[in-house]
Design a protein around this ligand. Structure first.
Ligand code: NAP
Length: 436
């Protein structure tokens, strides 16, 4: 039997996209192989590994080596600087490829929906995180750290990243790939007290234990968790607590007992505070919280209120997918069943499929399941509809070689400074670095 070569488009060069490509490559057989074209709107690939993971967590970024191996495999082409909905339509891809995989993540920050959220000094993690990570769309954002107290709203790992970045001594960020503009701002920061506010109890927090435990090791930050509050939560959940809840509470207790030091930079965790209103004349001046209580695992208001004076509020309360024309969306994700979009040759992986949950590795098994389904639904004969490059005439495409030039230039610029790379935060400049 002749080997068939199917062409697959992947939109989005983040972890979910690469793991989908890897699952396809691993599924090649005597029967079929895959030509994979990956499209990315930015001139740089790696998605959240480049623009989401906190710069002080370089180990998490080492997965990029896996991505580069996938990209160098036979049959893989990168089309960076190509935007679906602008340079190409969903229909263009659907007509030319046997299957199109959407891997565009969730880039819109959820809104608190409280008065004052629009004030200057109130930001979403969806702006703040890509700002400090040199994402070209956010490099020009004005982030003012000229306040002694910052409030971070949310009890997930993103809230923890944000709070930690604000509470670190910036000398700790000097040897990282933090964007230059952000590093300069962190060095000028007047913030000495960061308050992370969770609306429910410690037992309901979405942090993960390894990330929590690390806080106790911070040398230049005084981390405050009230041990009494954690003991109360441990009593509430009892002996039958779910494993992840028990290990989270154990990690929080560890931080409560070991996180304090004499640093003037303080990161304080507060629980059972639901944000009610952000107030200020022209910019943020304070946040008012309604206090909650827990009984029988139900969280309800206890009638008390308090106000924290602050010039900076960052909400880190989850994300939604940004819609692309020609793709059905529902509840902040692509409408899908197990990754397949009904009555189309469209598939979806990662956060665009399941919502913003899980760590980077979660996308591997998730993508692998979707690829199994995709393969089971491939047409009997591959399409022969012409190469996509015909539609991209005149467009500067950042292919794998061009990206490797950008990558090498950033790494070389970082080396004398002791950084893993010195990121370029301007879209046009990145393209220029890639073009011969
Ligand atoms: P998340 O884990 O879903 O946490 C969102 C938090 O926001 C929850 O604590 C939620 O509280 C709270 N929240 C939602 N709406 C709120 C509101 N209106 N007011 C106050 N609080 C509200 O989301 P995430 O932190 O964005 O993280 C996304 C995913 O990326 C997670 O799976 C996370 O583990 C992962 N991640 C991993 C790492 C790492 O491994 N180092 C780093 C960053 C992110 P309720 O529970 O009360 O709704």
């Amino acid at each position: 039997m002749a080997q068939k070569r199917y062409s697959i488009a992947i939109v989005g060069a983040g972890p979910a996209g690469y793991f989908a490509a890897q699952a396809l490559q691993n599924s090649a057989s005597d029967e079929r192989t895959f030509a994979i074209d990956m499209f990315e709107r930015l001139p740089t690939p790696w998605g959240l590994v480049r623009s989401g993971v906190a710069p002080d967590h370089p180990k998490i970024k080492s997965v990029s080596k896996v991505f580069e191996k996938i990209a160098k495999s036979e049959g893989f082409r990168l089309f960076g600087n190509v935007e679906l909905g602008k340079d190409l339509s969903t229909d263009d891809l659907r007509a030319r490829y046997d299957a199109v995989i959407i891997a565009t993540g969730s880039s819109i920050g959820k809104k608190l929906g409280i008065p004052g959220e629009h004030l200057v000094g109130s930001h979403s993690s969806a702006e703040f995180v890509p700002w400090y990570n040199a994402h070209p769309d956010f490099a020009g954002h004005q982030i003012d750290l000229n306040t002694d107290t910052a409030v971070v709203i949310g009890a997930g790992n993103v809230a923890m990243d944000v709070a930690r970045m604000l509470a670190l001594n910036p000398i700790e960020l000097d040897p990282t790939d933090t964007a230059d503009h952000a590093l300069g701002t962190f060095h000028q920061s007047k913030i000495r007290h960061v308050i992370l506010c969770a609306r429910r109890g410690p037992e309901h927090a979405a942090f993960t234990a390894p990330e929590l435990r690390e806080l106790a090791k911070l040398e230049h930050t005084n981390v405050i968790i009230d041990a009494h509050e954690i003991h109360q939560a441990i009593t509430r959940v009892g002996e039958n607590a779910e494993k992840h809840v028990a290990s989270n509470l154990d990690a929080m207790l560890h931080v409560a007992e070991n996180g304090r030091n004499s640093s003037e930079r303080t990161l304080e965790f507060r629980f059972l505070l639901a944000p009610e209103e952000i107030t200020g004349q022209e910019r943020v001046e304070s946040v008012t919280f309604a206090h909650n209580k827990v009984s029988n695992d139900k969280v309800t208001a206890n009638g008390e209120r308090s106000t924290v004076k602050t010039g900076l509020v960052i909400s880190a309360i989850g994300y939604e997918a940004e819609p692309i024309e020609g793709i059905p969306y529902e509840a902040g994700r692509v409408r899908n069943e197990n990754g397949a979009v009904a009555n189309t040759n469209l598939y979806v992986v990662g956060w665009a499929k399941r919502g913003p949950s899980g760590v980077i590795g979660t996308n591997k098994s998730d993508a692998s399941d979707v690829i199994d389904l995709l393969i089971s639904q491939l047409p009997a004969e591959p399409k022969s509809a012409g190469d996509i490059t015909e539609l991209l005439a005149g467009k500067v495409v950042i292919d794998q070689s061009a990206w490797e030039r950008i990558n090498a230039a950033e790494v070389a610029a970082g080396a004398p400074l002791g950084k893993p790379r010195k990121k370029v935060a301007n879209h046009a400049e990145l393209v220029k670095l890639g073009v011969l």
